[in-house]
Design a protein around this ligand. Sequence first.
Ligand SMILES: C[S@@+](CC[C@H](N)C(=O)[O-])C[C@H]1O[C@@H](n2cnc3c(N)ncnc32)[C@H](O)[C@@H]1O
Length: 291
Amino acid sequence: MTKNYKLAQWLELRIPYDAQGRDSIVEASCQQYLKKRKSLKIVDLGAGTGANCRYYLSKISQDQEWFLVEQNQELLEIALDRLIIWAQENGYESQLQNSRLVLTNQVHKITIHRIVGSILDLENLIDLNTFDLAVANAVFDLFSEKQFQTLLECLKKYQLPMLATINYTGMNFIPQTDKDSDFIKYYHQHMQRHQYFGRGMGPECGSLMWEAMKGIGMKVLQGESPWEISNSDPVFLEFILGFMEESIPEIIEKATLQNELNTWLLEKQQMMSQKKLSCSVTHQDFWGYWE
Ligand SMILES: C[S@@+](CC[C@H](N)C(=O)[O-])C[C@H]1O[C@@H](n2cnc3c(N)ncnc32)[C@H](O)[C@@H]1O
């Protein structure tokens, strides 16, 4: 299985958890703000396979024009296929016009553009003067504080509001066992390890995003968007443990710790196969706008 195929599979699996978790007050506040506009032009930052866009398509009552900005071209190709399937399932005709996907039914028209590029280069990719909204789902815990600040400065320049959902803030396994807190701590350290762009905000993104958005002069509404993963979803739990198994060895040095990790993972696998393991993951949603 290629890395992107696996990532795409993960992004699809998390859709129902994201949908359940999203904070309804934060979302309603954004909808209220936009309700008088005749049509909406929206940029989805870090769009992946288009799951965030697909989530909003049927929640918006106006005609819509979407720009999916994503650095990973292969994910955007998968996004196209999934949007076409979404259209079939939701009573829309779909047509590929040049590289745009146009979805129509008797009432609405939805146009979707895919743009391979970086969120940090947004101004050079699209004309931000013409947009109503930026959305981003599950992206900013990957960003450094500086990258997020750069994005906010760009949004400020164009007075573009942003709905940023499912920003990771922490996790715990249920029932909790001895070494959980150690390995979750290492997992978080891996998210915040030094990378070419600096350090990702990881589990601190909630408080850092709040401060940065307030600091730049946005009006901000924040809400919690947790996932509750029950013991009857081993596939999803397997993914979470898999991420930990892959990442933690990159930052632990001692061989003894690697052995402890293997033992801990084995214990978790056993609990999972006996349907005795569940997991909570916490996130925060933000609606930021300008007055
Ligand atoms: C966890 S995925 C979420 C994808 C999608 N928003 C969703 O909800 O399914 C994060 C995505 O952000 C993209 N990403 C991260 N940094 C980016 C950047 N600087 N520019 C564009 N895309 C970026 C990644 O390639 C990845 O597809």
